[in-house]
Design a protein around this ligand. Sequence first.
Ligand code: FES
Length: 374
Amino acid sequence: MSGDKPIELPSEAELAEMSRDELVRLGTKMDGVELVHYEERFPVPGTRAERRAERIVALWFVVSALSGLAFLGVFLFWPWQYEAPHTDGHLLHVLYNPLIGLFLGLSVVALGVAALLYTKKFIPEELAVQQRHDGPSAQVDRATLVAELADAGERSGIARRSLIKRTAGLGAGVLGLGVAAVPLGALIKNPHADSETKNSLWHTGWKAEKGEKVYLRRHTGNFHEVSLVRPEDVEPGGFETVFPFRESEREDDHALVAALKRADAPVMLIRMRPNQAVTKRSGQEDFNYGDLYAYSKICTHLGCPTSLFEQQTGLLLCPCHQSQFDVFEYAKPRFGPATRPLPQLPITVDEDGYLVARSDFIEAVGPAFWERKS
Ligand code: FES
C-alpha cells in the first residue's frame, strides 16, 4: 500500500525497467517502512559455525522424515487386530496406537523444530517500523510486494543451502505421505474382495458358518463370559444389546472378545409391550419372535450406536446427529439425517429355548457406501 506522503511514482515503462533491488527500495519507501536494524546471521558465508548450524537443522528434518516413515510402516504393517490378554500377540496389539501416535507426533514436532531452528539461525535479524495505512493496494504496491517477497526468499539463503532444502523436502514429503496414508489406508485393501464372507461390507458377524447356530449373547462386562438370552429375560417394553455367539467359540478367548468388538455386531433386542401395534416391513413379516424384535444398533446415517430407547413413543435415538427410528414401524427413520430404516435381524428360539439368529441381516448394516444401491 502506498504511504501517506506523496511519492513520485514511476511510469509503467519505468516500472518494467526497474531491477528487483530498485523495486524493493521503492516499495519500502512507499510503505513508509524504516529499517532500524539489519544484520546477517553469518556475514561470512561458509564458516564452520554456519555449517554446524546447517547440519543441526538438517538433522531435525531427517528425524522428521524417519519418524514419518516409521509411522507409515506401523500404520500399514503392524498387527493391529485385537489379541486377548496373556496371548502371544497381545503386546504387539496394545503397542499399535501408542506407536502410530508417537511416530506421527515426532514427525510433526521435528518438522516444526527444524523450521524454527532455520528461522533462528539463518534468517537475517531485521527490525523495521512501518506506519499503517487504509484503503486497497494499488498495482504498483502489488508489484513491489512480489519483489520484496522474492528478495526475502533470497535473503533467507534457502536457495543456496541445498542440504537443508533437500532434507526439508524429504521431511515434509514423508510427513505428507503419512498424512495421506490415513484416508487412503482403507483403500489399500479391497473391502469387497471377500463379499461372501462375514468380513465383507455385505455381511456381519451374524452370518452362519458351516451351518452352526448363532446365538444372541449379552455382554456382562466380562469379555470371556458367555451369557445367552431367552425370550423371558427381556421385560415387556425392555431392551437389551446382544452380540453373536457360536458354540465353537466357547473355549476360544480371542473369538469371544472379537465378537463383542466387531463394529457390525451389536443388535438391539426389544420386547414390545403386549397388544402394541407394530407395522412390519414388507417381506420381513416373520423376522420377529413374538413380541421380540432385533434391530442393528448401527445408525444408518454415519454408524454411531443408536442406544437411547424411549419405550413410550417407541423411538430409538442416535445421539450423534439426533436421528430417530420408530420401532413401532420397522425402525423407520422419523427425524434427523438418517434415511434408511435400521436393518432387522431375523430371530427365533432353538429347541433349548435360547434366542438364535435365523440368518444374517438381509441387507448391509450401517451407513451407505459407494456400491450400495438402496
Ligand atoms: S450417526 Fe446417527 S444420526 Fe448421524
